[in-house]
Design a protein around this ligand. Sequence first.
Ligand code: GDP
Ligand code: GDP
Length: 435
Amino acid sequence: MKPTLVLVGRPNVGKSTLFNRLTRTRDAIVADIPGLTRDRHYGHGKIGLKPYLVVDTGGFEPVVKSGILHAMARQTLQAVDEADVVLFVVDGRKGLAPHDKIIAEQLRKTGRKILLVVNKTEGMQTSIITSEFHELGLGDPCAVSALHGDHIADLIDLALADYPYEEDADAQQAKHPRIAIVGRPNVGKSTLINSLLGEERVIAFDQPGTTRDSIYIDFEYDQRSYTLIDTAGLRRRGKVLETLEKFSVVKTLQSIEEANLVILVLDAKEGISDQDAHIAGFILETGRALVVAINKWDSLDDYQRDVIKREFARRLAFLDFASLHYISALYGRGLKALMPSVDTAYAAAMAHIPTPRLTRAMLAAVSKQPPPRGGMSRPKMRYAHQGGSNPPLIIVHGSMLGHVPATYRRYLENTFRTVFGLKGTPLRVEFRTGH
Ligand code: GDP
Ligand code: GDP
């Protein structure tokens, strides 16, 4: 599981600036997709070799006893609870503030690993600025500038020092789909899991997951094998416990990370919220295979079904690579169609396409519609090979490919998807210029 870094600190110390800096490398993927904005508070990052998750908590005003700020403080503490490393950000220009001490004290009580990050230190003598922060008793402060990017790589090295670099986590994966079932509270995730595990003769047993809280449950459906990842404790938890406030985005993200396929559950009665869209965006970023299940279909009449179908088709246009299913988890309807889509998506995600076939498909697409010239340069595409799976990564080799526009990349993506029948998985196309 990727380590989770949680940013905590007073407002205006530079948390969101640091968040953007830590997640910058991944921005492009979602930014490229029309109709999808990313959630500013949760993101992937990779600086150096090790990937990680980053959570930016709202400003933390620990002394507020009620109201919205109080709720924010509670959510911050929940995020801290789920952190592997807490990055406690303070403002090197303003110096030590009384609130910093209160936050430090609260953080120390949690027993998490805490790094003290002194921000805004560009152009300053760091030993002088950081000395006053020793008083917080959180060890040696790291002086950085989120705005200029100074010492960010060192900070990440330090934060992730306890987490070994796993060369290729995908190499360890099982031969069958490892599924995360995700969605907002009350959409019917637990009900779906019970239906899947209970309907057929189940050989379910709990295995301790590789790390922390995840439980892996092997089960069979229609004589095919699957593993369910239950990071969020959906199967064990009493339903009353999951209120909106208790809902753990971090656990959701972690289970997506651990899965190779995600069933995104949406509620036909509630429509699509921003949170649904953010979770979908996150799935896209990770490149996991995806099947969308629109649940509670039983509770709508024909007219409502028409309306909802149109709304979902419009709002989920950016997920058009995935199969959409209308199901009733409660009555076990639609599952017989849902699970074959899981198999198809998994097979697409794991597909290995030989270089000659990829190259042929690519050359055919290019001769039908050549890439636009970029200024003086005429891009030339020579061959394509597959550089990875889950999601399939197709690398197009040639010359002058630096300025090929995103629209053309999407054109190639769609071509590969159609030619090779890659339903249910995101697809990445990269250009590599030789010489
Ligand atoms: P947040 O409220 O903690 O998320 O803080 P923001 O990231 O919104 O930053 C607050 C202000 O500090 C903004 O005006 C930033 O441009 C500024 N800021 C953030 N990081 C740095 C830095 O490294 N150096 C300087 N000089 N300003 C910074
Ligand atoms: P979770 O929070 O996503 O795990 O959602 P639950 O599985 O706990 O379901 C939330 C509520 O929706 C419960 O009252 C379920 O009985 C109800 N529910 C779940 N699936 C369906 C369905 O297919 N149809 C209807 N009508 N209600 C459902």
